[in-house]
Design a protein around this ligand. Structure first.
Ligand SMILES: CC(C)(COP(=O)(O)OP(=O)(O)OC[C@H]1O[C@@H](n2cnc3c(N)ncnc32)[C@H](O)[C@@H]1OP(=O)(O)O)[C@@H](O)C(=O)NCCC(=O)NCCS
Length: 434
């Protein structure tokens, strides 16, 4: 392994391309860049991917332009047709890549996507006006997201990837972020991604096709590296205070911390069609997802106290049956998450694991309420909640984010003082035959 750049390691690989690894400041994980001989890098952190547009993406590219927020703030062409989008992709966008002056990426959320696709396009992110010099150079960052990508963290992840590429691979020394002053979402995203306000300029922005006041933010290589450094230090500190995950057991199951020994079964559990249908597990779940979940997300959840995830294992073999978690968003209350492998369903193990989790929630954490949220009509989930004494509080129309589409949410609750047995006869459909 040859050191070619701070934070960037060049590996020798197959003849046609090179692999680069870049540390991502906010994720602490690795960005993988596959650099082809023709410039078409694919940047990914396992959840968000940046890649070039192809003509097959014309519909999505046009949709980005049709979005009203993008029309308001970025002068997008609300009337762009699919054919016009295809012309852009094969014309000016391709020319920008060829010249190395304008690099426009599609932002892909790998957790979304159907039919085994690699994910859905949720926006576009560009490096414009690249000005390369022998000492470094500059460029301007531009972003447009689709509704499915907003509020999901995709934009921030995409920008972290782009910054890593701009500073680490292209060797630029400074990036600019131009926006309209009243565009609060853009301003806050810039700050979250490490950009610092450099100037407020009258008439430099536009809103609804009119001139408006604007702002320029900037981020230098040095600032990017400093953030990288402080993220690495924060991660180190978090490891030092990593909490001990308790072990909860009864005769039927053991709840303990997830380990990499669970990874293969975790992948099996998460690619199962019921898990994909009824939970928010990333699509096309791989060992990479499992590794990130086990080594990064789960320890982070325990460290912050926000998401307490347990592996549920069989006592005799220590084999993984499923996972349960408590999502502690509000004081005194938490929501349960559960996903069991098909091999472990219908065995009573899920019920036993939630009984242990409820005991932990009410008697160790002293919570007053535990909630159960399910995507309607997940009858298997609702019946389990019913067996445990949860009360059905109602269905909220469109409240569940079902991979970018509003769907109905069932809400059930259990108070610390409630009996943990069915509170009324079962009124849902009869049991499924296995
Ligand atoms: C939800 C889950 C943890 C329940 O575990 P379980 O209790 O072992 O699961 P089961 O498949 O036995 O389903 C529980 C009950 O619901 C019934 N059920 C399941 N699907 C049903 C359906 N479509 N219609 C009617 N009843 C159904 C089962 O027959 C069973 O009833 P029974 O105990 O009277 O036979 C498990 O099914 C699972 O992991 N599913 C995938 C992920 C998921 O949906 N998580 C919950 C998100 S809110």
């Amino acid at each position: 392994m040859e050191q070619v750049w701070p934070g960037l390691r060049l590996h020798s690989a197959a003849a046609a391309h090179h692999w680069f690894d870049l540390a991502v400041p906010s994720q602490g994980s690795q960005v993988r860049v596959l650099e082809h001989t023709v410039p078409s890098p694919v940047l990914s952190d396992g959840f968000t991917t940046l890649r070039r547009f192809t003509v097959e993406d014309a519909q999505a590219f046009a949709a980005i332009h049709h979005d009203p927020l993008n029309v308001t703030w970025t002068a997008s062409d609300a009337t762009m047709s699919r054919a016009r989008a295809a012309e852009f992709i094969t014309g000016s966008i391709a020319a920008g890549w060829d010249a190395g002056s304008d690099l426009r990426f599609a932002v892909v959320d790998t957790r979304l996507g159907t039919d085994g696709s690699a994910g859905d396009i949720v926006g576009t992110l560009s490096l414009h006006e690249i000005f390369s010099t022998s000492r470094g150079g500059s460029a301007s960052v531009g972003i447009k997201m689709l509704p499915a990508g907003r509020g999901t963290g995709s934009a921030q992840r995409a920008i972290e990837l782009l910054c890593g590429y701009a500073f680490g691979n292209l060797g630029l020394e400074i990036l600019h972020w131009r926006t309209t002053s009243a565009n609060a979402g853009s301003n806050s995203l810039a700050k979250r991604c490490g950009f610092v306000l450099a100037a407020e300029i009258p008439g430099y922005g536009h809103q609804d096709a009119q001139v408006a006041d604007g702002m320029v933010f900037s981020q230098s290589l040095r600032q990017f590296q400093a953030r990288d450094q402080s993220a690495a230090e924060a991660e180190k500190a978090a490891v030092e205070i990593a909490p001990v995950v308790p072990v909860l057991r009864n005769d039927a199951v053991v709840l303990r911390a997830l380990t990499m020994a669970d990874a293969t079964q975790l992948v099996e559990n998460c690619i199962n069609e019921d898990s994909v249908r009824w939970t928010t597990v990333p699509l096309n779940y791989t060992m990479e997802h499992a590794e990130f979940f086990i080594n990064t997300l789960t320890p982070q959840g325990w460290a912050s106290g926000e998401t307490l995830t347990f592996a549920v294992v069989e006592p005799a073999t220590d084999g993984l049956l499923g996972t349960v978690d408590l999502q502690c968003k509000n004081p005194g209350a938490a929501s349960i998450g559960i996903n069991f492998g098909p091999h472990a369903r219908g065995t009573g193990a899920a019920e036993e694991s939630v009984r242990l989790l409820l005991d932990y929630a009410f008697n160790q954490l002293n919570l007053s309420y535990v909630h159960w949220h399910a995507l309607a009509p997940n009858w298997g989930s609702r019946k389990l909640a019913w067996k445990l004494g949860f009360t059905f509080d109602g269905e909220i129309r469109g409240d569940y984010n079902d991979r970018g589409t509003p769907a109905d949410r069932w809400v059930l609750s259990l108070a610390a003082t409630d009996p943990q047995t069915p509170q009324h006869p079962w009124t849902g459909p009869g049991p499924v035959s296995r």
